[in-house]
Design a protein around this ligand. Sequence first.
Ligand code: UD1
Ligand code: UDP
Length: 349
Amino acid sequence: MKKIATVIGARPQFIKAAPLSLEIANSGQLKEVCIHTGQHFDENMSGVFFRELGLPKPAYQLDIHGGPHGQMTGRMMEAIEAILMQDRPDAVLVYGDTNSTLAGGLVAAKLHIPVVHVEAGLRSFNRKMPEEVNRVLVDHISSLLLCPTSAAIENLTNEGITKGVHQVGDLMYDATLRLTSIAARHSRILEALSLEPKGYGVATLHRAENTDSPDALRKAIAFLVGLSEEVPLVLPLHPRTRKALADAGIEGTGSQLKLIDPVGYLDMHMLLSNASVVATDSGGVQKEAYFHRVPCITLRSETEWVETIDNGWNRLWHQEEYRPRREIQEYGTGDAAKRILELLRDAQL
Ligand code: UD1
Ligand code: UDP
């Protein structure tokens, strides 16, 4: 039986990994060994997602986080290399575009272990974004490139990558379909925050471009404060942003912009599914807004998820209007995990 080593480390990766890890475990057709780099480590950034999404405990827990990019990635590479040299999996699977993705991909490629990249082909065409560097590099060393959208396939084609490329849909959609009704039964977040369905919006903010300079952070917060005067907003604060706000001495966010700690998956989906608007710089949350058919404002000057804009569910914050609204077919039918399992099982890696 093929053995796959999966490297994860950040919040969105636990969410993407859950449907696939469960599919692999239930199938009995592959063996998976999971390595958690530790990039995200707070209980509400890591542990809660394993519990709520039923993700098995990782075989390896590295506890590597913080520090500048080179240091974080380098330390991860050293630790992952030692594991892969001993464990010798048939392939290494990485998700998305974080430093954990790059570390896992680079180490595997140097050991001549085929790399499987889930969420391949996304591009912002902004090389100042650390994630863009990570995803471009990983795509170019991957043997199997599993793309969520046709735009992603096209981006890879434009870079000359056509071998091992497949469109498989979006694992986050699998997770949303499986857990939204469970969230509705179990989450008490609306009561806890005294929110009425459709009477509030949800915001998230954590991108380096919005948090690393006090000016950029002030601009993003001012935008959200302005929006909160139209509709009260809840902002579950990423630890990076909480620290950046404190460092920049930003306090007055107005009474209609409610800052709370990061919430678990079920509470987040309860919040999103009952919101009247979403404002975010997150990749995942832009799509999830659409999954719940809530209009989104993206707090960035570009997005990788271009189909959300083209089909009228999302707009960049400098755009005034939404385009005409249509359903998006790209994300699949909640069968991304099943399709990926079949490709992993059948691929000649
Ligand atoms: C990372 C990813 C980004 C992804 C995001 C998801 C990179 C380059 N960036 O950004 O693509 O969108 O995760 O949320 O990999 N921290 C805590 N507790 C935690 C997690 C983080 O205190 O549980 C602190 C870290 O110590 C660090 C800061 O938050 O000081 C930023 O964390 P880091 O993982 O470096 O980057 P993210 O902004 O989370
Ligand atoms: N999320 C969550 N609680 C929060 C904020 C986000 O459960 O307080 C979920 C969100 O619903 C989505 C994922 O985290 O599934 C997105 O992760 P994040 O925004 O950290 O990363 P990105 O998608 O931008 O890489």
